[in-house]
Design a protein around this ligand. Sequence first.
Ligand code: S3P
Length: 173
Amino acid sequence: MDKNIILIGFMGCGKTTIGKILASEINWKFIDIDKQIQEEMKMSISEIFNRKGEKYFRKLERNFCKLASMDVPSVISTGGGIIKGSTNVDVLKRNGIFVYLESSPEKIYRNIKNDNSRPLLNTPNKKEKIKELLEERKPLYEACADITVNVSEMSANKTVACIIEKLNMLSEI
Ligand code: S3P
C-alpha cells in the first residue's frame, strides 16, 4: 500500500483515539503529529504557543506534516488546524486519503470541557469559541475530505468500522 490515511477534524472530535484503533485494526503504523511536535520540542502544545507563539507552532506542524507524509503506509492523526495551511493539505494529499471526523459543537464541548490543553480554546466562553471556530473551519474540512464520518453519535469502535467499510468501498485498503 502506497497511501496514508489522514484523520482530520476539529479539536476534541477523537482523531487520536480513533486513529490508534484504526491503525491497530488494519495493522498500519500510527503517527500523531501533535505528539511528535511535543516530543521534538520537549514542551506541551500550550507551552509552545505561550513561549514561541502560534506562528512557530504552525511552522513545526508544516515540517511534521511533510515528514509524516513520507512514512507510508500510516494512519496519521493531525491537529485540528492543519487544514488552515494549504501546504499541509497539498503535501498530505499527494499520497493520502483524507477522512473527516465530523462532529457537532455540543459533542466537542462535552469531550473537552474539562481539558485545558488546547490554547485556542482557553477562553472564558469555551462553548461559543468552539462554535465560532468550527463554523469558520467546517468548509475547509469539507473541501479536502475524501471520506466523511459523523462521529457525534458514534462510539470510537463503530467509527473505525465505518471508516474501514468506506475505505474498502474506495478500494483503498
Ligand atoms: C489546534 C488543534 C490541536 C493542536 C493545537 C492547535 C487547532 O490539536 O494542534 O492546539 O488549531 O485546531 P487537536 O485537534 O488534536 O486538539
